[in-house]
Structure formats: structure tokens, C-alpha cells
Design a binder for this molecule. Sequence first.
Ligand SMILES: [Mg+2]
Length: 389
Amino acid sequence: MSRIDRITVQTYRYTLDDFGSSIAVYQPGGKLELTRFLVTIDTDDGLSGSYAPHFGATPHAQAQVKEMARSLIGLDPEQRERIFERLKLSHRHYDKSGIGAIDTALWDLAGKKYGVPVARLLGGFRERLPVYASTVPGQRARGGLDSVERYADFAESCLAVGIPAFKIHGFFDGNPKTEIAIMSAVRERVGPDMKLMTDPASSLKSFMDAVEVGRACDDLGLFWYEDPYRDASSSAVAHKRLRGFIRTPLLIAEHIRGFEQKADFALAGGTDIMHIDPELDGGITGTMKLAHFCDAIGMEVQLHTAGPMHRHCMAAITNTHFYELGLVGPDNPANGMQPPIYADGYGDEVGNVGQDGCVSVPAGPGLGVLYDVNRINSGEVDRVEVRGR
Ligand SMILES: [Mg+2]
């Protein structure tokens, strides 16, 4: 039997051109420096698995991964449930966001051991994943989505290349009138067939502002309405009340961590669709537990953000609709969510979507992607190795 013998956490830095103060802001000539990490798990008989988180590569997730690694030396890497339980318990005082990268690296290791993609290990359901374009937020500076018109232009260009659905991230200024103006302009431009969603990202100032925008969602036939106002979607009771005022399905729980807490939220009536972040909600193991629970109660799930492991999970989840191609915009030269670390052309940009409005599931063993090791090594700023001997 294999035993975990070494865990390496490699921190790397890279620069994105033409980005401003964040991965969401287009700024010609701008330079945005970002730090992410790669975790690699090796066994005493030569197996290896790794994962480089995208959105979930936060400093506190990285700190947890380093701490968690010490308790895993000597364990069987294929006892993922046992490891999941151990880490959940040892980090019960924290958000447990470090589990995701470790769990995903273990799934990658298993897929490589058996020579099959993770989606097949999970029990495949589909090969093609229908996409929705999830926009960068609006910006007041010139460029990107700097006007209501540009949202309509961008939605139209996405529809023209076959993308079937479009989610608006507005200006996040807390003004319901702005949100409604964007939704109206986009609906008028693309017509009734493109599915539209909106995500104020908790920016609306009050519950009644959330009701006002929700009623506009009803009038415009939106597919879902996500994280409306400034409770940051933390109250199931509040969102159950909101559901009583509007007809558009709510997509909530992006900011709630853990499958037990999210199951509680669903049973308390706080959402119509469950939002799961595979990197922050316990990796592939945590994601599949919650997706199966929701399936049992007739609830769809949506996976938050994009990446190879999201694709493998979605390929094996029956009760989900779209793959989130986020964050994309009309001028941004790259998807700022995705670190430039792939040597095989993997990408989550509009240009990666097929004519059928879908992306594919990486077909190689494990996660099925090839990291650009030279690029990661050249940006290395820190390396922690935990060894068994
Ligand atoms: Mg969101």
C-alpha cells in the first residue's frame, strides 16, 4: 500500500499585463502582481498528485495547507474520506479552506495511478459542459465594461459565438437603478433566448433594494438572482423572506463554507439553487457530498468559478446547469482568475468555448492538465516541504 511520504507547497508569483488594481479591472499598460501556490503530494512508492488552485489560492488557504500537511505523512493517499474527516476536525475552528487543494491533489494522484480522468473516477455523466459568460464587474475608468451599452455589446458578442447564458456583475455601487438598467439593456439586445443572470455580489444597500432588483429580474425573465444585498448572503431567514417577494430563483451560499452548513442553509429555505465553491468547500470530496445531498432534495447546484477540477466535478454532477466562465470581459487580455501556468493550452476564456457553447473535460489521467513547471519555478518565492523521513 502507498503511504504519503512528502508534501510540497510551492508559492509562486506572476504578473498580469493590462490589469489595474485587481483581476477584475482592465487598465491598458497596467501591471498586476499576484501570488498563488501549487501543492504536490508524493508517496513512498513513486505516485504523485498535484493541484494549483485558482480563486481559492488565498493566503489563509495556503497557510492551512502547510499546517495540514504535517498530519498527513504516512497516511494512505486513497483514503480520501478519512483524510477529509481528519482535516475537518483538526481545523474546526477555521474555515477549512485548505482542505480543497489537498483533496484535489489526492484525486489527481488516484486518477494518475489508475490512468483515468478524475471525472471517470467520480462516475461520469457528461463530456461537454454548457458555459455561461460571467462578466468582470463594471468600471468607471475607460475600457472594459464602462457603460450600460458595453454590457449589451459584450452579451451580444458572447451570444454570437454560441454562449447560451450571460451573468452580469454590475458596477457594485449599491444602486438598484444601475443594476436594473444593465439587465434591461442586455435583455433588450439579446432577446428572449439567451439565459440571463445577475449577481450584485452583496452590493445592494438594503433588503428593499434587493426586492426592487428582484422584481425587475421577474419582469425580465432572469434565470437566477445571486447574492443581492449587504448581509453577504449569511442569513437563510432573510433570503427565505426575499423568496416570498419575488419569483426568480435565488442562487445563494457562495459565502458559506462547508457542506453541513450549506445543507442547513438549504433546509432552512435560504436558497433555490445551491452555490458550491469546489476549492473552498472541501475540494472534490466536499463538492460531491453536497451535490448529492442537493440532488436528493430536488435542488440544482452551481459550481463557483472555473478550473480543471471544476470541470471534472461538473462532468459527474447530474443536477447542475452551467459552467461559470468567469471572469470575462470585452477588453481584458486574459482571464484574471486563471494563473498562466498551463503548458497544454488549457484556458477559461471566451475563445476556449466550442461552437456548441460548451467546454470539454480534460481527458488525460487525473486532472488531465499539464503545468508549466518552468514558469512556476521561475516565479517561486517560497517552498515548504514536509517529509516523512
Ligand atoms: Mg457570485
